[in-house]
Write a protein that binds this ligand. Structure first.
Ligand code: SF4
Ligand code: SF4
Length: 448
């Protein structure tokens, strides 16, 4: 029997009206195809793809339209068939501009010929890694780290444990929950492929205990000799953080600034495993994903949405936002991003689009009352109140010494603060400024 370790800090955010309960029981439905998609050529951490098409080209669903450039990259594919209107910059959820392929849908849904792997049982780690790169698989939990890189384990590293992340600990989101409940066989198949190709002896799938149907579905697909264990995890945000999950399931701690790989662990999201299964058995690239549309919308849903669909399209499919909506979030309420434009495209890392009312949206900040709740909540053992102070006073060196760069931007401190101080945002700013200053210092040293 597995021992579950409790990571420090964490919170149990209330889910409020329109929380998980509103969508957790809703089966995945295919969203209708939009008349136009905007597909960013960078939907992953790493180098943007090189466009393979130009204005006027006809493309089929699944056709590669962006070629990965550099080691850390993943291909991008057309999600509808039709004509390329343009290759041009578009605004993505974080407010930056990214080059994108805009396609007018011909509504014939004509697919490129797909080529499944001939002998999936015999696929090697290198072949699997190359396939994931070619078929555009990235961390589907939101991290968007190219899976090809995760599978290319350096020769000096030894992996003995594969952890599958089915925690989905953010309020409101139920995309992974539904995928596990409905596509458990595919997920487990994907897990088996990775386990075998990388020769990893131990596999644990961690799922928060508030998803009993997902746990049962996964368990039902696992054979006695699979060497795969499904483990129910305490409901505690951010249970799905890589470091928190690693500690919870193995008791091993990832050092500051390190990766689970440093301690023999690879962590993958359930959605990524499902994408691997489809890539191998169907030759299918990532052209869609499950997106929870929830909160203050008329009809909350879990959509299988084509990549590049505008957020507005999904909101309209859900019959629009209710009048009390005050904020639109791309992702979950804790780690997602507030967006003001409705034409932002759904990308591979988008697990939710949430409309929030004024109770769920952040209220005005008050003065710190030194209650210490943010310190208790921080899973990285930081003092968010102190970091907030350093940010406001421009004390960047002190902030760095206090560990600002270790902040995982989980939002637990902001959520727990009775004064509604936006502590996470302060940490984001600190990380940006400190990293920039380090770069400038390095450039100065290099120039000497
Ligand atoms: S956002 Fe950063 S400082 Fe706040 S609780 Fe999470 S890790 Fe700690
Ligand atoms: S939780 Fe808010 S009010 Fe309490 S110490 Fe932290 S910043 Fe101050």
């Amino acid at each position: 029997m597995s021992i579950i370790h409790r990571f420090p800090g964490g919170i149990h955010p209330h889910e409020g009206k329109g929380g998980k309960a509103a969508t957790a029981g809703l089966p995945i439905v295919e969203a209708p195809l939009p008349s136009r998609v905007t597909i960013p050529l960078q939907q992953h951490i790493g180098a943007p793809c090189k466009p393979l098409v130009q204005k006027g080209d006809y493309v089929k669903v699944g056709q590669m339209i962006g070629e990965p450039v550099g080691f850390v990259s993943a291909a991008v594919h057309a999600s509808v068939s039709g004509t390329v209107v343009d290759v041009m910059p578009c605004i993505v959820a974080n407010g930056t501009q990214v080059n994108a392929v805009v396609i007018d849908n011909d509504h014939t849904d004509t697919w490129e010929d797909l080529t499944p792997v001939q002998n999936p049982e015999a696929i090697t780690a290198q072949e699997l890694s190359e396939l994931c790169r070619k078929l555009g698989i990235v961390g589907m939990g939101g991290a968007t780290f190219p899976t090809s890189v995760k599978l290319a384990v350096p020769a000096d590293k030894k992996v003995d444990t594969l952890l599958i992340n089915g925690a989905e600990c953010e309020p409101y989101l139920s995309a992974d929950h539904r995928l596990m409940a409905e596509k458990a066989e595919g997920i487990v198949c994907g897990v088996r492929l990775v386990k075998k190709a990388l020769n990893i002896p131990t596999v644990k799938i961690g799922v928060e205990l508030n998803k009993p149907d997902a746990i049962d579905a996964l368990k039902a697909c696992i054979k006695a000799d699979d060497g795969i264990e499904v483990i129910g995890l305490k409901v505690n945000y951010p249970q799905g953080g890589e470091k928190q999950l690693t500690y919870a399931l193995t008791g091993r701690k990832v050092r500051t600034g390190g990766l689970p790989l440093d301690i023999g662990v690879i962590v993958m999201n359930v959605g990524t495993c499902y994408a691997i299964y489809r890539a191998v058995y169907e030759g299918r690239p990532v052209i869609d994903r499950v997106v929870t549309v929830g909160g203050t919308v008329a009809k909350p849903a879990n959509y299988l949405a084509r990549i590049g669909s505008p957020v507005e399209w999904l909101l309209d499919t859900s019959e629009g936002m209710l009048p009390e909506t005050r904020m639109l979030i791309y992702g979950g309420p804790m780690m997602g991003m507030a967006i003001s434009r409705h034409d932002i495209p759904v990308t591979k890392g988008c697990s939710g689009v949430l409309a929030l009312d004024k109770l769920a949206a952040l209220a005005e900040e008050g003065a710190c009352i030194r209650c210490g709740r943010c310190v208790e909540a921080c899973p990285m053992l930081l003092s968010p109140t102190m970091l907030d102070k350093y940010m406001r006073k421009g004390m960047y060196e002190e902030a760095e010494q206090a560990g600002a760069l270790n902040c995982m931007e989980c939002g637990a401190c902001t959520w727990s603060c009775p004064a509604r101080r936006n502590l996470t945002q302060s940490c984001r700013v600190l990380k940006k400024v400190i990293t920039q200053r380090k770069k400038e210092e390095a450039a100065l040293k290099g120039g000497k």
